[in-house]
Design a protein around this ligand. Structure first.
Ligand code: TXA
Ligand code: MG
Length: 351
């Protein structure tokens, strides 16, 4: 683990980054901070290096990776046939939490894209990430640096929990900023389609390119859907059983109490995750073993920053039954709710 201060003006002089870059260049895996979450990086031009990512994460090999570039001009070395709208989004949001799917160049290892003709590209807004890519002199393929299925890492400590002994090194640049992953958008279809809501909001994208399609998969709000075993899609999930409770404030509180009583009757350890405005009520509550604040009703940015750390904390304390409040599906709330729903296997209870 190399400690690197992201506030240092001149990252170039950092010998740790030079060491980390040499490892990437030579085909090893290095975890590094971005403005969203930590990434697990490998040389995107080498199938052999990229293969190691799938092994270290336990990731299915049909799930493609995002390629990270250090400057906008590097885009043409990764993708071809770049439409005008993609250039417009790049100018508006790079460096930043937006990933665009574009036709892939042959030089990009086929393992990166899981054999797909398109490649996801982004330029991260983090001085340490940018300098690492520049020093490595190759584009860096990087998924989030968690074991597959676990919440994404927002600190180097999280990466250590998941990947110690499986990778060559971690560049520790402190907490990431945004806290949820980049927005992904397919630029090869018209209108372009958002597949994953993230750090750049739908509203921001619409302002630049107008009409945008949305993958219907992340807009449906299901209620108490019984889940057949084969359909159970666990992602970003804590080990404990997570349920979301939505509705009007007093009714949410009443519903949560009712569910917590049931859980306690079954002898389960319990946790609640609420915006900090509701913390006082649940703190030291007899029915709850661990109460965590997840951001504030006044700031979805804070919610996004707290989310993955909170989900991991429930695991650390071995909480078996967890209730979380929901957030408005606007701005960053769309990304927050998408991650929460997946973590809860889409179990939402209407209070
Ligand atoms: O913020 C982020 O995007 C972080 C940091 C490290 O950059 N990375 C990240 O990567 O979240 P990952 O692998 O955890 O998520 C990438 C998502 C996956 O759902 C993957 O299936 C999708 O993007 N993806 C990547 N390339 C794709 C492609 N060519 N076509 C369709 N989906 C793609
Ligand atoms: Mg991921």
């Amino acid at each position: 683990v190399w400690l690197v201060d992201k506030n240092v003006e001149d990252q170039k002089s950092c010998t740790h980054l030079v060491d980390a870059a040499r490892l990437v260049e030579s085909g090893e895996l290095v975890a590094f901070p971005t403005e969203t979450v930590y990434g697990l990086g490998a040389n995107a031009l080498s199938d052999e290096a990229v293969e190691k990512i799938f092994v270290a994460k336990g990731r299915p090999s049909d799930n493609p990776l995002i390629v990270h570039i250090g400057e906008k001009t590097q885009l043409d070395a990764v993708a071809t046939d770049i439409p005008v709208k993609a250039r417009q989004l790049m100018e508006a949001f790079w460096p930043g939490p937006l990933t665009m799917f574009l036709p892939k160049r042959e030089e990009i290892a086929s393992k990166v894209t899981a054999g797909l003709p398109t490649v996801g590209v982004r330029m991260p807004d983090h001085p340490v990430a940018l300098e690492l890519i520049k020093q490595a002199q190759v584009p860096i393929a990087a998924p989030s640096a968690n074991r597959s299925g676990r919440p994404s890492p927002t600190t180097a400590q999280h990466v250590m929990e998941d990947l110690t002994g499986r990778i060559a090194g971690i560049v520790d640049g402190g907490n990431t900023g945004v806290g949820v992953e980049s927005t992904t958008i397919d630029m090869t279809v018209e209108p372009p389609m958002i597949h994953r809501p993230g750090g750049i909001t739908l509203e921001q994208i619409q302002q630049v390119i107008g009409e945008v399609a949305i993958d219907p998969a992340f807009l449906t709000e299901e209620e108490e859907q019984p889940i057949s075993p084969g359909m159970k899609y666990k992602h970003y999930a804590p080990t404990g059983d997570l349920w979301l409770v939505s509705g009007q404030e007093d009714e949410v509180k009443a519903k949560m109490l009712e569910l917590l009583i049931e859980a306690k009757e079954q002898g389960l350890t319990t946790g609640v995750m609420v915006p900090k405005e509701h913390l006082d009520y649940w703190n030291n509550h007899a029915l709850v073993n661990l109460t965590l604040a997840c951001g504030s009703l006044a700031s979805l940015e804070e919610v996004a920053q707290d989310l993955y750390t909170d989900l991991r904390r429930f695991d650390e304390e071995q909480i078996q039954f967890i209730l979380a409040e929901t957030y408005p599906r606007e701005g960053l709330g769309l990304a927050v709710m998408n991650r929460l729903e997946k973590a809860a296997s889409h179990r939402i209870i209407k209070a």
